[in-house]
Design a protein around this ligand. Structure first.
Ligand code: ASP
Length: 320
């Protein structure tokens, strides 16, 4: 029997405050489910993160449609929602649906009606700032006949707790300028996320259409289960999927992942520059890392103060 440990890892810098708060809780035996859900909720509530929850960027018609999921790696319970509008915290809805035997993955109108009937907070999720981003993007791409799709930023968080439970969750507004009704990997089990308390958990961000082609999160957990370290599992899965996509599909989108094992060891891999992640474990103080990807090998270093300042300035800068 391994010594009980705890740890939490998330895609992107935006999850850091939630990770730091969760690290305090996990040390005090708060469970992984609560840690993941609370940390994601913090990201959803912060208006300047333009890819998750309140302030998330809208679809091609200017409507914010949100996807989220939660998985408990001990019971295998999964709850997920897609294309929900004007519900304050999709992650709470996903968590609640994970308790349902049936109807645990709901989309669109049905999900919204159920959320309202069950007392979930309603909120206009489209901020003035998101409207400005939309207008700018529209001007610069669609109105000139160009593709509007670029960049990505889903929050995915996986945690291990001292009781040995591992949970994972995701939340996103999905691809900016997506078609109404488009759903990416984030609410899809095995693609945006997967957790198995006997092994570990993984979660992804990037081009959902391509992440789903490789069931990337399930594959990472599976490889960890076969004995690979989290870093090896993450890197080899990203590399193999990218190579297969290039060979057989002709192109590969952004693929970025983080994972954690039941021993609190973690890994991160990407095929882009500037992918950041946030992590805290019993052996590792809360930190933000920025990845570099060179020839199929991801390395990362602590985000510098300069990087952090530039990040904060960028997300709050006026939109011109
Ligand atoms: N993976 C998300 C999606 O395709 C996008 C993202 O990571 O931001 O919906």
């Amino acid at each position: 029997m391994n010594k009980p440990t705890w740890g939490i890892i998330a895609t992107w810098r935006m999850a850091f405050d939630g990770i730091a708060a969760a690290s305090q809780q996990l040390q005090c035996e708060v469970n992984a489910e609560a840690a993941v859900v609370q940390a994601i909720k913090m990201v959803e509530d912060y208006p300047f993160y333009k890819s998750v929850g309140f302030g998330g960027l809208p679809n091609e018609k200017g409507i914010v449609e949100l996807d989220a999921a939660f998985m408990h790696g001990t019971t295998m319970a999964i709850g997920a929602v897609a294309s929900v509008r004007d519900i304050a915290n999709p992650i709470l809805l996903a968590q609640r649906l994970s308790q349902e035997r049936f109807n645990s993955f709901m989309v669109g109108e049905g999900a919204i009606e159920w959320a309202i009937a069950n007392g979930f907070e309603q909120k206009n999720m489209l901020t003035e700032r998101a409207k400005q981003h939309y207008a700018k993007k529209y001007r610069e791409t669609i109105s000139q006949g160009l593709s509007p799709y670029s960049g990505h930023d889903t929050v995915g968080i996986a945690a291990v707790d001292l009781q040995g439970d591992i949970c994972v969750g995701t939340s996103t507004s999905g691809l900016f300028m997506k078609r109404p009704g488009r759903v990416g990997d984030s609410p899809v089990s095995g693609s945006g996320y997967y957790a198995d308390s006997d092994i570990g958990a993984a979660t992804a961000t990037g081009l959902g259409e391509d992440l789903m082609k490789g069931c990337i999160s399930y594959e990472i957990v599976r490889r960890m289960g076969e004995g690979m370290s989290p870093q090896q599992a993450a890197q080899s899965t990203v590399n193999d999927l990218e190579a297969r996509l290039l060979k057989r599909y002709g192109r590969a989108g952004d693929l970025s992942v983080v994972c954690i094992s039941k021993d609190g060891e973690f890994g991160a891999a990407t095929n882009i520059e500037n992918f950041s992640f946030s992590v805290a474990t019993a052996a590792h103080e809360p930190a933000i890392y920025v990845c570099t990807c060179d020839n199929g090998e991801t390395t990362y270093e602590r985000a510098s103060q300069e990087w952090l300042d530039a990040y904060q300035a960028r997300i709050t800068a006026p939109i011109v």
